[in-house]
Design a protein around this ligand. Sequence first.
Ligand code: 13P
Length: 279
Amino acid sequence: MSLYPMGELLRDAQKKRYGIGYFNTVNLEMVRACIRAAEACRAPIIIGTAEALLPYAELEWIAPVLLEQARRAKVPVAVHLDHAYHFDVLMRALRCGFGSVMYDGSREASHADNVARSAQLVRIAHAMGAGVECELGSVGGLSDENGRADAVVYTEPDDARTFLEETGADFLAVSIGTAHGIYTAPPRLDLPRLHQIRAAVSAPLVLHGGSGLSDADFQATVAGGICKINVFTDVILAAKQALCAAPENTYLDAVKAAEAAMAKAVEDKLCLFGSAGRA
Ligand code: 13P
């Protein structure tokens, strides 16, 4: 049995102080690249998709692919839904069998709304045996339905404690200076803030915007208590590079080359996070 609840993987990572990679996927090649990479370096891994990616792969189509590939893997794999904003999407994911879901309430009109909706989701998800990741503050860099980029709002350590008490969320995504997508200037991480959050709460902490960070950034954030790191942009950039490097490839060879490049990018991250050899 290699399909695990995310909480079980993250609790081990938290105890032994390493990071587990989370990777978004929209097709079989991406799912296979992640699992190949994890098996190659014997690392646990978390795979899934996100609400913004559903135009590329319908939830009810990608879910069985994720779950079946996870069950067949030779390493522990958790299946998770990343950044969802709408309750219908979250409910569909839970019904499809995702072991955990992320409710991103950072676009709610107020903090009180974020707390109320997060708490409501936690009650439902827990009743269905699933875990919940929530975001407090805003990592930024994602675009909303109108194409506006989310603003960056740092997570306040005291708010993190009360938010988790009020909502019962299992995992907390923190905003400490990373952003989603390609950085236009080198990110400056607020590590003292991370240490304060870590001291204030016991839930596993999640770092979004894992592309474009330095090796030292990863070492410092994992040492500071991060145990799940989300990566997307670097993986699709690796695929694009492989496709552009050999435009003469047939479609089949192009797909194969892209999968190999993504597997290499994922494996590099898993080694950096310290999860290689943990499975
Ligand atoms: P990047 O695309 O910056 O790697 O961020 C991924 C992410 O945080 C998904 O939630």
